[in-house]
Ligand binder design. Structure first.
Ligand SMILES: NC(=O)c1ccc[n+]([C@@H]2O[C@H](COP(=O)([O-])OP(=O)(O)OC[C@H]3O[C@@H](n4cnc5c(N)ncnc54)[C@H](OP(=O)(O)O)[C@@H]3O)[C@@H](O)[C@H]2O)c1
Length: 230
């Protein structure tokens, strides 16, 4: 594809610094970058859902910081979305989608999102609302209005969180911790157990008996990689 914008993700900075070498080896010379947006110039064998000229965004297969790059997991870019915003959505969107799938969030259920104003959290709130779920999202006092504008019931994080969430009067069906700031004990209390709680950022989860899981990246919208919901 012909690249129009790239995302400079925190992951890229970790790779660039060498901090990821133990789990993600980067032989030099290396082409960095995983998030991109641009125009299809050629499709690989077996690709039937895309054609030259399509505007897409997603993940690169071997480096995004380039004029021409090979994309792996992609979705079609809505016309109204800028190249820059599209390029910044791929990792956060894929992460949020994968966690919502792992939690099996259903229409009408109540999802608690820790860090709902963050990069991943804000995408998760919106995608959960699109699935028909109700969302309580934690954030700083300064981000309460933002959380409400995304469709969540906002709650300030920190001491007393369990009581503040309970005061809203809706049992929590699932928890997405996108902050990693020690909210797991509160989450377990609110859930009444350890099921349907996923963290992407809290290493203490292992001490609480969690299982780690990895899955291949998938399309942020559907297995057939349709357009991003607009
Ligand atoms: N960005 C990605 O694509 C991506 C993908 C996979 C995994 N991750 C990992 O996921 C984590 C979050 O990444 P991010 O990029 O979304 O970070 P981010 O934009 O910095 O968001 C983190 C959020 O955590 C909230 N927060 C701060 N202190 C908190 C506390 N004590 N309790 C609850 N929430 C608190 C902040 O809320 P306020 O702003 O309201 O203070 C902030 O919005 C990181 O560990 C990252 O490595 C990120």
């Amino acid at each position: 594809m012909r690249v129009r914008a790239i995302g400079v993700n925190l992951f890229d900075a970790k790779v660039r610094s060498g901090a990821m070498e133990a789990v993600f080896r980067t032989p030099l010379p290396a082409l960095l970058g995983i998030e991109l947006a641009g125009v299809v110039d050629e499709v690989g064998a077996g690709v039937t859902e895309l054609a030259a000229g399509d505007e897409i965004f997603g993940l690169s297969a071997g480096g995004a910081y380039a004029e021409l790059a090979v994309a792996s997991v992609v979705a079609k870019k809505p016309k109204g979305l800028s190249w820059e915003l599209a390029a910044s959505l791929a990792v956060a969107g894929e992460t949020a989608t994968r966690v919502l799938d792992a939690l099996a969030v259903q229409r009408g259920e109540m999802l608690l999102v820790h860090g709902g104003a963050g990069v991943v959290g804000s995408v998760a709130v919106q995608l959960a609302r699109l699935r028909g779920a109700r969302v309580i999202a934690t954030g700083s006092a300064a981000n309460q209005a933002l959380l409400a504008s995304l469709g969540a019931t906002p709650v300030v994080y920190g001491d007393g969180l369990v009581a503040r969430v309970r005061a809203l009067g809706a049992p929590v069906d699932a928890v997405f911790d996108a902050a990693g700031k020690g909210a797991l004990p509160d989450s377990i209390e609110l859930r009444g157990g350890k099921t349907r709680i996923v963290t992407i950022a809290d290493p203490s989860a292992h001490q609480l008996g969690s299982r780690s899981r990895r899955a291949p990246p998938r399309c942020a919208t559907s297995p057939s990689c349709g357009p991003w919901p607009s």
